[in-house]
Ligand binder design. Sequence first.
Ligand SMILES: [Zn+2]
Length: 78
Amino acid sequence: MTEHLKPCPFCGGKANMTTEACLDGGGRFAYVRCSQCKAKSREHYHSYGNDCPVMYQTIRDEWNTRTALTPTPQEAAR
Ligand SMILES: [Zn+2]
């Protein structure tokens, strides 16, 4: 377990923890996204105000271990 985010497995770009409001307004998504090619980790949904350090740690661990993650053609084309 670490707070460090590995560089993007596709382009070596800097990865950032990102949160985004859910379109229905009931909560937020959190995920890691590459600042260069926009590759994303799996999104984790949480209701508004219910994010927690454990959830962010899970997202970090997924990003750091899922180097086989493949961007969709649309994401790769951006
Ligand atoms: Zn990238």
